[in-house]
Design a protein around this ligand. Sequence first.
Ligand code: HEM
Length: 399
Amino acid sequence: MSLAHPAHVPADRVVDIDIYALPGQREDFHRAWKALQDAALPLVWTPRNEGHWIALGGAVLAEVQSDHERFSNRVIVLPKSVGELHRLIPTTIDPPEHRPYRKLLNDGMALARVRRMHDEIRAAAAALIEPVVPLGRCDFTGDFAEILPIRIFLALVDLPLADAPRLRLWASAMTRPDPPIPFEAGRQAFFDYLDPIIAARREAPGDDLLSRMITADMGGRRLDRDEALSLCTQVLIAGVDTVVNFLGFVMLFLARDPAARAALAGMDFNGVLAATHELFRRFGLVTIGRTVRADMAFHGCTLKAGEMVCVPTQVHGLDETVNPDPLRVDFARRGARHSAFGSGPHMCPGQELARAEVAITIQEWLRRIPDFRLAPDADPGCSGGIVGQVNRVILEWDR
Ligand code: HEM
């Protein structure tokens, strides 16, 4: 059956793929993307989700993601009509306007600041793990992964722990393809919640990320109210669902791989932190896009202004022309390349924080529960979305 496609798209580039519902995705999100990458050309076009390109080859993907002069961040969520609604600072702004906002984030989440948060992250992780150790079983997703990242976000912006449940609800509304409440309702609820907090912090700033962003000098002016709301919302939605699901993929892998558990258990903290690079290469999970700025020839195709190119960051590190034997997790691998945190001007400013959350979780978990397995009633099925998701990782161990 031939699929409908625009005249400028060559027939051999057309695939019938819904990026949010790949064949085989439920069984294994990453292998499903890898199978598509192996079967198709490095740049393909699908009629699904309003019709768009997909960059599947590692080198093509990295080029699209980092070249803001040819590929704009104006719309990055697919399908495009939905992405048009997701206007947030700094994600949907291109350089040079993007730079001053980005500086605020870089300053606020710099490595030195993240290091100062290590003890707090460790205490939060330990407090969640300790109570489940004697039980011999836990729902890792509900008891740990869905709780830690929101607590760390609350600590970063100095908001009360008691607000975690509603912030989680609003964050889900803004990130999940099947949200518990509509996107606009989640965003508005978060704006209404933050507005008085921002006003109060302008009067009496603290040392938290929010206070630092709203009081910083932006070349002779300060962030206005709408900018502050948008920037803070972006940090919430970028920093919660990503870590929740990444932790899920990592624990699912560790539950099935005793040698990897033993290797990580034998490392000091810096070793575990270094090992997270390999885990991010293997288990990247963010699927976003870029908007073509002007008609152009690109890797044997003609791209038209306004078209969307999907950037499934998880496939870059899985390309064997980029990393040999890419499905194997090898903590001794050196010089691996991947795009789990993106590349170019929008590369994740929260990556040091994310690595710290993951490394500390692994260390604190393995210290108390060195051996564990997937429970028979676990539902490790995966689903797609802007962030790939693993449903429910239920773990068991001998008491
Ligand atoms: C598993 C963890 C994480 C992954 C895989 C991840 C991945 C990414 C990726 C791929 C981008 C680039 C988007 C683009 O190119 O358009 C990004 C941007 C961003 N991330 Fe992360 N992220 C993670 C954790 C975090 C955390 C913990 C925070 C903050 C608390 C954070 C905050 C942000 C922000 C604010 C942006 C937008 C940057 C900009 O547009 O300049 N992320 N992230």
